[in-house]
Design a protein around this ligand. Structure first.
Ligand SMILES: [Zn+2]
Length: 94
């Protein structure tokens, strides 16, 4: 297995920032709400639902690192975005 599980060890604030960075709304800057479009560059733009974090579901999402940790990216909120788990697996090096 070369991928971490869908459940990630990130804070509520980091998850909310990732959701926000993908165009989603957040409540109190702390809780993802509503819907957002998957930003993966491979023409996905599919629906993601805030309450599907970590679910195995077509509208699920996980936190993606824009610049992968393996390539020097950080857990800084600016480097996080929400993305489908399946798209994130395809992208690799999250
Ligand atoms: Zn996607």
């Amino acid at each position: 297995m070369n991928k971490m599980s869908a459940r990630q060890n990130l804070s509520k604030g980091q998850k909310a920032a990732a959701w926000f960075n993908s165009g989603g709304n957040v409540k109190n800057m702390n809780e993802p709400i509503g819907e957002a479009a998957c930003p993966w560059w491979n023409c996905c733009y599919g629906l993601m639902e805030a309450n599907r974090y970590g679910d195995a579901h077509p509208s699920d999402w996980v936190v993606d690192h824009k610049i992968p940790l393996a390539k020097g990216g950080t857990n800084n909120q600016c480097n996080l975005q929400a993305m489908h788990n399946a798209c994130n697996n395809e992208k690799g090096d999250s």
